[in-house]
Design a protein around this ligand. Structure first.
Ligand code: RB5
Length: 146
């Protein structure tokens, strides 16, 4: 399992923490940056991770900005991408089980580091349930073809 990670300056510290945690758990992480807390526009941080998820060069992605809002909005503009903003463990579980989100987003100025690690763990350890959720997910993407 290769996880792509990206962040802007508002998510930098949290990205570093979650990255370390997941590597300690044995996951392979491809870090698309940023590597410093210098300001960067969050759509630019979302782009390489979304493209890597789309072309299959990573299996999934985790994005961080100050709130998680801007970077999730940016990520969801990429065709086929389902990026879920998660601030709690239940949402992280549902983001995989029901929405099969390939990317989760978190806010470095909003949630604590231990919670962020639990959110990432829960999402990675959950399974998509398929069934009726397949139909609903297909409908999410219908507007992309119009
Ligand atoms: C950057 O200051 C901040 O706007 C950004 O990290 C994010 O919170 C946007 O949604």
């Amino acid at each position: 399992m290769l996880i792509g990670m990206g962040c802007d300056h508002g998510g930098f510290e949290l990205k570093e923490k979650v990255k370390k945690h997941l590597e300690e758990r044995g996951f392979e992480v491809k870090d698309f940056g940023v590597q410093t807390p210098d300001p960067i526009d969050y759509p630019d941080a979302a782009k390489p991770v979304c493209l890597a998820v789309s072309d299959g060069s990573v299996d999934c992605g985790i994005l961080f900005c100050g709130t998680g809002i801007g970077i999730s909005m940016a990520a969801n503009k990429y065709k086929g991408i389902r990026a879920a903003l998660c601030g709690d463990v239940y949402s992280a579980k549902m983001a995989k089980e029901h929405n099969n989100a390939q990317i989760i987003c978190m806010g470095g100025r909003v949630i604590g580091q231990d919670l962020a690690c639990m959110i990432a763990d829960t999402w990675l350890d959950s399974e998509f349930q398929g069934g009726r959720h397949e139909r609903r997910i297909a409908k999410i993407h219908e507007p992309e073809n119009n």
